[in-house]
Design a protein around this ligand. Structure first.
Ligand code: PXG
Length: 441
């Protein structure tokens, strides 16, 4: 792969890129021009492998004709209609289909445009739910160290990734964090570790003891912490959180923006771990990454309490987005869910999981690798720090791109999340490319 392969015909200077080293990018741009299946092509037509399903968005494969055609048909029929006080047919069908897929009881669905918006929505629902039940003093939100819940103010505040926090000040008041769940005793484990689950979850009980249960509205966690580098909950952890929330009337929110839609080999991580939250956020793979969309599923009685608290003609929940339940996003999501069903893609993810995790574990023999872990089709490899934190990780990201592989890095952690349609041979190609790079950084 040549550096020039990514040269752009456009001036690069005007686009301020998100979560990107903009200065470095302008020196050595990494431009992806086309995608099909598990492959990308850069601006010179050189092929790359997608090792992270877009951004955990595109498990069914890039360039799916079925989604494209559904989007085109929708645009021909109805491009946009107001989402406030008016509805479009696809949103009701989609909410119904999601309700059939979601864990039992999570059967009321609100729509938004991104994972960050889904988290803000979930947290506001939790606070209003307590208020309408006469517990408006429940304003405190509990997050977790190394958690990632997007970049809007509440999600950022309950998040726990230091680099995402230190530039923007104190965040929302009344937020507290539990410890993250990655402890040394569970190093080099595929699946859930044996150690620490109860003690780590009891951080929530300690926060209840400190602040009082009647001040706490919700506890939000990613079942598997994704962005920070794939932290798998130890055995018993999620069950314990559920029990503590039940005991103290705290709403448990699972942020499944990454974990949802088959990434764990099950429809949702809630199914994989056998723990049902009160609210569940989704985004990314809901449309196979083709159109921005997010959804927030809540327990029926949570929505009913909010509806009942308002008059017959009143707006019950003063929240929503211009693009909530966008008709084209709904069409893309409906076509995506059909693909997941017709091609049994969640089962395909489950079948690929042992082969994938075996390959992640095999990287432990590389000298600079200090930890390997994974669950479902989410895997991570920690690398020894080389000088400054993140330097080696960024070098791996750049080298992999030059060698024809797109992966994610979180600091010095390499994250893999292959598409569900990836073949064993393509997995072997990805790991051979990564091995080659890890020997040179
Ligand atoms: C659990 C979770 N919650 C909320 C968001 C925010 O979603 P939006 O970005 O659509 O607003 C996310 C997003 N997660 C995310 C986004 C971009 C990159 C990476 C990475 O791990 O490299 C992860 C996420 O992973």
């Amino acid at each position: 792969m040549s550096q020039a392969a990514s040269r752009s015909n456009e001036p690069l200077i005007h686009h301020w890129m998100p979560f990107t080293a903009n200065k470095q990018f302008q020196e050595a741009p990494r431009i992806i021009a086309r995608a099909e299946g598990v492959h990308y092509w850069n601006t010179l037509g050189e092929q790359l492998l997608d090792g992270v399903s877009g951004l955990y968005t595109t498990p069914a494969g890039h360039g799916r004709r079925e989604i494209r055609e559904a989007v085109t048909r929708q645009l021909e029929e109805l491009d946009y209609a107001p989402a406030f006080q008016f509805g479009v047919p696809g949103s009701f069908r989609l909410a119904h289909e999601l309700a059939q897929m979601l864990p039992e009881g999570l059967n009321r669905v609100f729509f938004a445009g991104s994972g960050s918006e889904a988290v803000e929505t979930a947290l506001k629902i939790a606070i209003q739910y307590h208020r309408v039940r006469g517990q408006g003093q429940r304003q405190r939100l509990i997050g977790r160290a190394r958690g990632y819940h997007g970049v809007n103010f509440a999600g950022w505040s309950v998040g726990g990734m230091v680099k995402n926090r230190d530039a923007f000040g104190l965040g929302l008041p009344g937020v507290a964090h539990m410890r993250h769940t990655h402890i040394p005793e569970n190093r080099n484990v595929m699946g859930q570790g044996e150690h620490g689950g109860i003690d780590l979850a009891d951080d929530l009980q300690r926060l209840v003891d400190l602040h009082g249960a009647d001040t706490i509205a919700a506890c939000i966690v990613e079942p598997i912490a994704g962005s920070t580098g794939v932290l798998v909950p130890p055995k018993g952890y999620l069950e314990r959180l559920r029990a503590i929330c039940d005991k103290h009337g705290i709403l448990l929110i699972f942020d499944e923006v990454i974990c949802g839609f088959g990434r764990t080999g099950h429809a949702f991580a809630a199914d994989a771990f056998g723990v049902t939250p009160d609210i569940l956020t989704m985004a990314k793979a809901i449309t196979n990454g083709n159109i921005p969309m997010a959804a927030i599923a809540v327990r029926e009685d949570i929505q009913q309490a909010i509806l009942d608290a308002a008059g017959p003609d009143a707006v019950e929940f003063f929240h929503g987005y211009t693009y909530s339940a966008h008709p084209v996003a709904c069409a893309a999501a409906l076509a995506t869910l059909k693909l997941y069903r017709d091609e049994d893609l969640f089962a395909r993810a489950a079948a690929l999981t042992p082969k994938f995790l075996e390959r992640i574990a095999s990287l432990a023999d590389i000298p600079i690798v200090t930890d390997t872990r994974g669950y479902g089709l989410l895997g991570a490899v920690d690398l020894a720090v080389d000088g400054s934190a993140g330097k080696r990780g960024f070098a791996v990201l750049r080298r992999c791109f030059e060698q024809g592989l797109v992966i994610r890095v979180a600091g010095d952690t390499v994250v893999f999340a292959p598409l569900f349609i990836t073949t064993e041979d393509e997995l072997d190609q990805m790991f051979a490319l990564l091995r080659g790079v890890l020997k040179t950084v």
